[in-house]
Design a protein around this ligand. Sequence first.
Ligand code: PMP
Length: 262
Amino acid sequence: MDRGFLFGDGIYEVFPVYNGLILGLESHLQRLQEGLDAINIVNPYDKKKWTSIINELITYHQENSEQAIYLQVSRGCDDDRKHTHGKLKPTIYMQSSPFKSPTKSDLLKGSAAITRTDIRWSQCDTKTTSLLANIMFAQEAKNHSVEEVILIREGIVTECSSSNLFLVKNNCIYTHPKGPYILPGITREIIIDCAKYCDIKVEEIAFNKESLMVADEVWISSSTREVVPIVCIDDRLINNGKVGETWSVIYDSYQATKSIRV
Ligand code: PMP
């Protein structure tokens, strides 16, 4: 009778861990809080308690230098399956999975993507466990042997099935602004910081598919994939299929951030 199982009524987070250190811990816990607030689940723990539980799980798996900690808070178990609910005790589920961040030489080969209409709801900024549209898109990417599905809502490129999207044009980085149509990715935030640190201009504005197709560079970002250059979209090469120089600078800066920032 857990509403997470029955309805996908819950919030989740994925924390990337490098050599025992969580990257962006504070931001992930903040987004968890915002997600729980958005769907009216009372956060069962404060940040200090979450940090201690997550760290305990990390130490169980010290043998893995890179771990992805998956955390889910569902609304909890009811005594019957009904759409409405009373006051319930949230269920907490956590797991650690080993992951392997991609190497720069692998990424330099460039990845492909396809575009699809973004059919999701208008609360994409809530990291809910109800992911049906996202997983269907992800499966489509897999079936087409591409890295991602790029989503387009009323002509505007929003994000991808499980990552945010960036384009570079004339040395400026563009990404969709935060709001109801994208998940505010923590990696996205770190990349924006890296760009500022490297003196590269960033514009958080909406852009259309035409701009995407004539971009100098396109990348996607997520906690476990980091920053992946996309060189082919819908079977058309972006910038003649070459991975761009701006990506390389940001990739290096991101790697440096991993070792210093928690
Ligand atoms: N957008 C969507 C739809 C996602 O599922 C994810 C990854 N969970 C992201 C963006 C990237 O978020 P983050 O950088 O926090 O992993």
